[in-house]
Design a binder for this molecule. Structure first.
Ligand SMILES: C[S@@+](CC[C@H](N)C(=O)[O-])C[C@H]1O[C@@H](n2cnc3c(N)ncnc32)[C@H](O)[C@@H]1O
Length: 423
């Protein structure tokens, strides 16, 4: 199969400003974000300096040195200095986020509580904190504290009013059809995924696992949205964005990391334009609502059609206004597909979409006879005789007719463009 990668849209227009999509911006994230327009970004993933405050060299029991994060970019003179830096970059994040945008920020006990307080002070609306429980954490070599086996992510909407993206169904499907919880058990980045230089040293001390970013982006963004990472490091966010058909912008001030990230991103296979639909979440609540009556208006059902339950035990006929009529224990029952389903089967509630089926096609003359009938009792008698006719074809559940109609209607709708969505 030929593979057409999704074209990067460099300089994607948002209003009158061109966005540097698919690029690693070099420099300080605060000043680089200042060049981006208000409200241009859909999602931010940030893995900022943790301010680990490491002072002494740490050794393993075999005396080998633990390579922690000893880089200058992680050092701040005080908590106040760290807070002021955090406030500055988070304020810029908030400005560049679209009104319905959201942010993920990851940290450890060293910094995450400070970040949480600043987020709330700035007007972000915290949606969840997620514990990334490391499957293979580094032991506590000195044995003076618990093994530090997790990091924390905060997921926050730009404001309380934001209609943020949450692909609930996608995460549930990813989790074997169980609602996704807020504790994620994932290994730290290792093996082939871990970038190493010619001497075997890690290229970046805090390269995050792609699996973590996969979950974040799948949960809270859609294909072709713009994801910004202001601390791109080795490029993990961009790599996963490319794999999932999201646009990305990265900022990194270290030239070595930028070069490693650029090489890694270039080697990543982008999702094909023909595969975008596969990466698009099919969320139930986003699906077009199809009232039962629409099946009549669009000719998938006709007035007088006989519906049966899957066993053929109960029957009802379709009325012009999108209600059903059936013979109940104490006379005729009229109402919605759900009400009539519940009444005939004696249940307290019923999902009419899965209860009622359209039996295999009947002949035109039968249909004509049925549509002429006006009296409810007469219609029941004829319905019964029509449905008694045996056929080898399978009944069609109403839900399938609804799906057919939804697909038909969606294919007729003009696709919403990004620029339209922003207006
Ligand atoms: C914790 S690491 C991010 C690692 C990244 N998530 C990955 O998977 O490789 C933070 C990165 O931010 C960069 N950085 C620190 N301060 C910065 C700043 N003010 N502006 C831009 N980049 C910065 C560092 O060079 C470092 O690569």
């Amino acid at each position: 199969m030929t593979h057409t990668p999704v074209a990067h849209k460099p300089n994607l227009p948002v209003g009158k400003t061109l966005l540097p999509v698919g690029k690693i911006l070099k420099g300080d994230c605060i000043s680089e974000m200042q060049n981006l327009p208000d409200g241009a970004i859909d999602l931010v993933f940030a893995d900022p300096p943790y301010n680990l405050q490491l002072k002494n060299t740490l050794h393993r029991p075999d005396q080998s040195e633990v390579k922690g994060v000893a880089d200058d970019w992680d050092k701040f003179s005080s908590f106040a200095a760290y807070d002021s830096f955090s406030r500055a970059w988070l304020s810029e994040v908030r400005r560049v986020l679209a009104p319905d945008g959201a942010l993920w920020v990851i940290g450890s006990y060293h910094n995450i509580f400070r970040l949480g307080a600043i987020l709330q002070d700035l007007g972000f609306w915290i949606l969840n904190d997620v514990i990334w429980r490391k499957a293979n954490p580094m032991p506590n070599f000195r044995g003076r504290r618990l093994t530090n086996a997790h990091e924390t992510l905060i997921w926050a909407a730009r404001s309380q009013k934001s209609r943020y993206v949450f692909n609930y169904g996608s995460l549930k499907a990813l989790n074997d059809d169980l609602q996704m919880r807020s504790d994620w058990h994932l290994p730290i980045c290792g093996g082939k995924e871990r970038l190493r230089d010619a001497t075997g040293e890690k290229v970046h001390p805090t390269q995050k696992p792609e699996a973590l970013l996969y979950r974040v982006l799948l949960a809270s963004s859609r294909p072709e949205q713009i994801v910004l990472d202001p601390f791109l490091g080795s490029g993990t966010t961009a790599v996963v964005a490319k794999r999932l058909g999201r646009h990305w912008i990265g900022i990194e001030r270290d030239a070595t990391y930028r070069a490693a990230a650029a090489k890694r991103i270039a080697a990543t296979r982008a999702i094909g334009a023909d595969e975008i639909a596969l990466a698009t979440p099919q969320e139930k609540r986003e699906e077009k609502r199809i009232p039962f009556g629409l099946l009549l208006e669009h000719g998938l059902l006709r007035v007088g059609d006989v519906l049966t339950d899957p066993t053929g035990r109960y029957q009802a006929r379709v009325r012009a206004d999108g209600t059903l009529i059936a013979r109940g224990q104490s006379g005729d029952v009229k109402g919605s597909i759900h009400q009539v389903g519940a009444a005939v089967s004696g249940a307290t509630a019923c999902n009419g979409w899965s209860f009622w089926c359209l039996p295999p096609k009947t002949t035109t003359s039968e249909a004509q006879t049925r549509t002429k009938a006006t009296h409810a009792k007469a219609t029941h008698a004829k319905a019964k005789s029509a449905s008694v006719k045996k056929s080898t074809r399978q009944p069609v559940v109403l839900d399938n007719l609804r799906r057919q109609l939804r697909a038909r209607l969606e294919s007729q709708e003009p696709p919403a463009t990004r620029v339209q969505a922003k207006q």
